[in-house]
Write a protein that binds this ligand. Structure first.
Ligand SMILES: Cc1ncc(C[n+]2csc(CCOP(=O)(O)OP(=O)(O)O)c2C)c(N)n1
Ligand SMILES: [Mg+2]
Length: 370
């Protein structure tokens, strides 16, 4: 008997080689120190201050939204605290002409892109006007179907390319979204057609209560982009400078005709999944909460900016007051918006109503007139 032939290849080694490439990219550490000077993005002092302003504002918006929800003044709400660097710093790297395809937790990005705050509140209340994106504002309504925005993002990006626009399409999901079939189809399509797209997976490590480890055998989500033939990065999603830098670079690559990028941001949501009643203490430990609170994006960015003389308590208080004031005005405006009617639902759904609905429409119109 001849000796067993040695395998000509080592499949496991290939996997390890790929997985080991994904070190987490960081510029600003938890202490607020620059640990990667060479990668520092070009941001002016004013821009750095503006980025902090937006993150502080968004944290206040989150706190107020939670409390408005508890008072019964908002409806569906998915908390964002902890994810400000992933959300706001990535958005900060975009331009007005870029398109944003958000998930339900990504309302802050579309507000900073230009969606009036009162409409975000109406979206929360399930009012149709919350989804009536103003003309000229390049955003789609937040997607509730997990992962569905990935295929749409590939399509929007390809549309931009075909029309010769100097813009990119950017979508956000969570780690759970990357377990959906739509995720793979979307990135594959974008890769195959070299579409100017950015796919951002905010890995807050849980899909409601399911930990990331139970969703995929892959060591990182970033590595999945490699299979679609696109540059992919794993970034510290609590580090605003690193998130900004990788998103900006992805945008430039896309505009240069170099195609899509997948970005995995490692982050954490401090609050519950949504305000609809899940209890995070049943699937997360206090130790985990404490560990991640130490990585807080606002804390480290504040330290960094204070060190540069660009931030102080007075500035922070001014932002907090402004946020509270604007939120108060916006909720008032949402309250003043006419309540939606059954006939609104019908006329917003159809350009031409089928005959049976036309009949019902008249019945409801009659009822509503009383
Ligand atoms: C197609 C589909 N399946 C299931 C759900 C129910 N669902 C709502 S949120 C969620 C978890 C999503 O987790 P992740 O993508 O990590 O986003 P996160 O909420 O953590 O930001 C699930 C399964 C849904 N909305 N859509
Ligand atoms: Mg998640």
């Amino acid at each position: 008997m001849s000796a067993k032939k040695k395998a000509q290849f080592d499949a496991k080694k290939t996997l390890e080689m790929i997985e080991d490439q994904f070190e987490m990219f960081q510029i600003l550490n938890e202490e607020g120190e620059i640990v990667n000077q060479d990668a520092m993005p070009e941001l002016t002092d004013e821009q750095l201050e503006e980025l902090m302003t937006r993150m502080v504002y968004t944290r206040i918006l989150d706190q107020r939204s939670i409390s408005l929800n508890r008072q019964g003044r908002l409806g569906f709400y998915a908390p964002t605290a902890g994810q400000e660097a992933s959300q706001i710093a990535s958005h900060f790297a975009l331009e007005k002409e870029d398109w944003i395809l958000p998930g339900y937790r990504d309302v802050p990005q579309i507000i900073w892109h230009g969606l009036p705050l009162y409409q975000a509140f109406l979206f929360s209340r399930g009012h149709y006007h919350g989804n009536q994106v103003p003309e000229g504002l390049n955003v789609l309504a937040p997607q509730i179907i997990i992962g569905a925005q990935y295929i749409q993002n590939a399509g929007v990006a390809l549309g931009l390319k075909k029309r010769g626009k100097k813009a990119v399409a950017v979508t956000y999901t969570g780690d759970g979204g990357s377990s959906q079939g739509d995720f793979y189809e979307g990135i594959n399509f974008a890769g195959a057609f070299n579409a100017p797209a950015i796919f951002i997976v905010q890995n807050n490590q849980f899909a409601i209560s399911t930990p990331r480890e139970k969703q995929t055998a892959a060591k990182t989500i970033a590595q999945k982009g490699i299979a679609a033939g696109m540059p992919s990065v794993l970034v510290d999603g609590m580090d605003p400078l690193a998130v900004y830098a990788v998103t900006r670079e992805a945008r430039e690559r896309a505009l240069n005709g170099e195609g899509p990028t997948l970005i995995e941001t490692m982050c954490y949501r401090y609050g519950p999944h949504t305000m609809a009643g899940d209890d995070p203490t049943r699937y997360r430990t206090n130790d985990m909460d404490t560990e991640w609170e130490k990585k807080d994006p606002l804390v480290r960015f504040r330290k960094y900016l204070e060190g540069k003389g660009l931030w102080n308590e007075e500035k922070e208080t001014a932002v907090i007051e402004r946020a509270k004031e604007e939120i108060k005005d916006a909720i008032k405006k949402a309250d003043e918006t006419p309540k939606q009617k059954v006939t609104d639902l019908m006329s917003n759904m159809y350009e031409e109503m089928p005959a049976n609905l036309k009949e019902q429409f008249e019945i409801y119109k009659e009822k509503e007139s009383k």
